[in-house]
Write a protein that binds this ligand. Structure first.
Ligand SMILES: [Mg+2]
Length: 238
């Protein structure tokens, strides 16, 4: 598929059958301007800045899991926009990351689709709500990659690293050391396999993950929530 700037605001499905693979849909709610590092720039300028070699080092990539990191998780899956509710402070955290020079991309397993619990249109509705609420606090989620498959062997389904590698390939960004924020051991394993930097939050399944997967969590930085991750990553630690 030909790369285009549209990809930057696309929702991308990976790892399903051919007709669903690389399904690309432009977010209808994408704002005309982007707030980057505290200043408003046009989308065209932003796109050029992301593509330009000279400015590339100023833009960093962060990959977020969705359920349990941005929104409250449910063992019964998030099946409708009504069930999608942000964790307090998570939307503002995305804005803070944007202002700190981060391109925010989501990588989320959505096996509820493969299980027949929701369809693609409903997932798009959920994501439109998420985009809208993030934009209302001045933030931008650049793209959402999701794997609708149930099959654990699917290379795109976390803990396999395919979805993260695909993000790096499509955005032409190195994953080396890029923060990957998750609440489950799947996120940690995928990040490690992609040579990225796993960060764990206690929200969602995070506290349970810390308790039950202590070995896998060894040497992983743990944060209370996405807000504290954003604070940490946008604060000078020297
Ligand atoms: Mg999760």
């Amino acid at each position: 598929m030909k790369q285009s700037p549209m990809m930057k605001v696309a929702e991308v499905a990976t790892g399903m059958e051919a007709e669903l693979s690389f399904h690309v849909k432009r977010s209808p709610a994408t704002p005309p301007v982007v707030n980057v590092a505290g200043r408003m720039v046009s989308r065209e300028t932003y796109t050029l800045a992301c593509a330009g070699e000279k400015t590339r080092p100023t833009m960093k990539l962060i990959i977020l899991d969705r359920d349990g990191v941005i929104n409250e998780d449910s063992d019964a899956y998030i099946k409708s926009p009504e069930e999608w509710n942000p964790i307090p402070g998570s939307l503002e955290a995305i804005t803070r990351l944007n202002h700190g020079g981060y391109r925010v991309v989501i990588a989320t397993n959505q096996s509820g689709i493969g299980r027949g619990l929701l369809d693609l249109e409903t997932l798009n509705q959920i994501h439109r709500k998420m985009h809208r609420m993030v934009q209302e606090v001045g933030g931008l989620i650049e793209a959402i990659f999701f794997c609708p498959d149930v099959d654990e062997a699917n290379p795109f389904r976390k803990p396999n690293p395919g979805m993260l590698l695909e993000i790096g390939r499509r955005l032409k960004c190195s994953l080396q050391g890029a923060p990957v924020v998750g609440d489950s051991v799947r996120d940690i394993r995928a990040a490690r396999a992609a040579n990225a930097w796993p960060l764990l939050v206690r929200t969602g399944k995070g506290a349970r993950t810390l308790e039950r997967e202590a070995e896998s969590c060894a040497n992983v930085l743990v944060f209370d929530d996405l807000a504290t991750v954003a604070e940490y990553l946008t604060t000078d630690h020297e």
